[in-house]
Design a binder for this molecule. Sequence first.
Ligand SMILES: Nc1ncnc2c1ncn2[C@@H]1O[C@H](COP(=O)(O)OP(=O)(O)O)[C@@H](O)[C@H]1O
Ligand SMILES: [Mg+2]
Length: 218
Amino acid sequence: MLTGKFISFEGPDGAGKTTALNSIVADLTPQLNDNLVVTREPGGNRISEAIRDIILDRKNTEMDDRTEALLYAAARRQHIVETIMPALKSGKMVLCDRYVDSSVAYQGAGREIGVDEVYQMNLFATAGLLPDLTIYFDVPSEIGLRRIMTHRTDEINRLDVEQLSFHKRVRASYLKIAEQNPQRIQVIDATQSKAKVVSDVEKIIYQANKGLFNKSGE
Ligand SMILES: Nc1ncnc2c1ncn2[C@@H]1O[C@H](COP(=O)(O)OP(=O)(O)O)[C@@H](O)[C@H]1O
Ligand SMILES: [Mg+2]
């Protein structure tokens, strides 16, 4: 039986997910200690990281869209088995940077494979495991791309360099998924300052997990 809390962070590239996640982890760790597990997709273990390298390698220009979608799902499966399920089974809170909604938005809508096909294929990979809560960082594609191009120096990967129209399809798809899943997905205005984004997300997490935190965390 699962007793933990599974929270995914979603949104376009440059929305500020990783930046916010770092601050949130710093704020939550004193209260949750070992009961907080932070992880990212695709990756989190040896096999999934190897798959991640293949997906994001800019040399792999010949990669077929469905191959890409299957690789993401394969990496996700391994990540669930090695990281997410064990943590949830021992009652921990799992914060995951990207999950199934990313595949639906990027491969389903961005690559135009079809959102239903990609979702169905992911149901096989996940055996139906969805987050208890998803925070969606909403930002216009132009702003997200500008943030990546001007600020980020670590990695500009194969997906970042796609056309603006690709990123617009991704955002539109995310907004539709959020609209269709109002009980799971909370939308954050990610154009706000970093501090305001972090406080909005923390409010939602505290609200959804009353009892997990002591009073000082509220
Ligand atoms: N709220 C914000 N306002 C302005 N710039 C931001 C904000 N959040 C993040 N950034 C900057 O945008 C860039 C992308 O952020 P990042 O956290 O890597 O996005 P993501 O993980 O969603 O792709 C980074 O350089 C980061 O410093
Ligand atoms: Mg990131």
